[in-house]
Design a protein around this ligand. Structure first.
Ligand SMILES: Nc1ncnc2c1ncn2[C@@H]1O[C@H](COP(=O)(O)OP(=O)(O)OP(=O)(O)O)[C@@H](O)[C@H]1O
Ligand code: SF4
Length: 271
């Protein structure tokens, strides 16, 4: 569904908005959000990333944009362009901190005001997709983010889990959250789903397997696929490398590009 603000605004030319949610921390939500953005870019799309994970903004590091600065223009904040071609733009609280390791210790109202500013005051220009990376769990910040985005008809949420039952249980709560706030669920991604040994290609299911897929089946939402653990992906995120361009032979590559293909198909259905 195309974003359509009643009164124009900074998101009026953003065609599709996608939120990435996870029930618990550390399951790879920011990694999946970043890789979805890069995979959509690989498919020729112009993509923005809005990092509203106020307490743990990790995307500037993942995109090697740590030392870049956000500037102001008449329309609001100019996002950071990650590449020379300006096909990936990023806005993150990380750019507004004095030092990258500074902590954001704010009470709810201040966080909510910042989220509203992030949603309304970034001059994105024309984008095919805006990917919104949220904090883990379901908090006031999620409600503020969804409320602020609601006038722009977000396409929905991608939920990220790891395969084990404890993480899957938390995603169940995310599904309830989406239902309560009227946010469509695009699908569930099972991340860290098996480790393919680079030496003998044997797959070991370190965190068990299949929990995300089973939950998707039970809940009647699409399953977007299993992304295996790949040490090259960890390192790429650590050093801001363009993983999909540098490691097309990785076992995670087909999984990530197929998630992007699903999103592209879904977006074209609703356009
Ligand atoms: N499929 C994967 N293969 C290898 N490493 C991964 C994979 N997914 C995530 N990681 C690594 O796991 C760590 C946690 O990932 P990430 O920061 O994306 O999690 P998160 O859910 O966004 O965490 P939080 O929101 O709690 O900060 C990172 O070091 C990341 O590079
Ligand atoms: S999976 Fe195969 S190559 Fe990898 S550590 Fe085990 S035995 Fe060795």
């Amino acid at each position: 569904m195309a974003a359509a603000a009643q009164d124009g605004g900074n998101l009026a030319n953003v065609h599709h908005i996608l939120l990435v949610l996870s029930g618990k921390g550390g399951v790879g939500k920011s990694t999946i959000a970043t890789q979805i953005a890069l995979a959509l870019r690989l498919a020729g799309k112009k993509v923005g990333i809005l990092d509203v994970d106020l307490c743990g903004p990790s995307i500037p590091r993942m995109l090697n944009a740590m030392n870049k600065e956000v500037h102001q223009c008449d329309g609001g904040w100019v996002p950071v362009y990650v590449d020379q071609e300006k096909t990936i733009s990023l806005m993150s609280i990380g750019f507004l901190l004095e030092k990258p390791d500074d902590a954001v210790v704010w009470r709810g109202p201040k966080k909510n005001a910042m989220i509203n500013q992030f949603v309304n005051d970034v001059a994105w220009g024309e984008l095919d997709f805006l990917i919104v990376d949220t904090p883990p769990g379901t908090s006031d910040e999620h409600i503020s983010t969804v409320n602020a985005l609601q006038p722009y008809n977000p396409m929905g949420a991608v939920l990220v889990t790891t395969p084990q039952a404890v993480a899957v249980g938390d995603v169940r709560r995310e599904l309830t959250f989406c239902k309560k706030v009227g946010l469509p669920v695009v699908g569930i991604v099972e991340n860290m789903s098996g480790f393919v040994c680079p030496t003998c290609s044997e797959c070991t299911n370190i965190f068990s397997k299949g929990g995300g897929e089973e939950l998707a089946r039970h809940s009647g939402v699409p399953f977007l696929g299993c992304v295996p653990l790949d040490p090259q992906l960890t390192l790429s995120m650590e050093y801001g490398k363009d993983f999909l361009r540098e490691f097309p032979q990785s076992p995670a590559y087909p999984a990530l590009t197929s998630i992007a293909r699903f999103i592209l198909d879904k977006a074209s259905e609703s356009s």
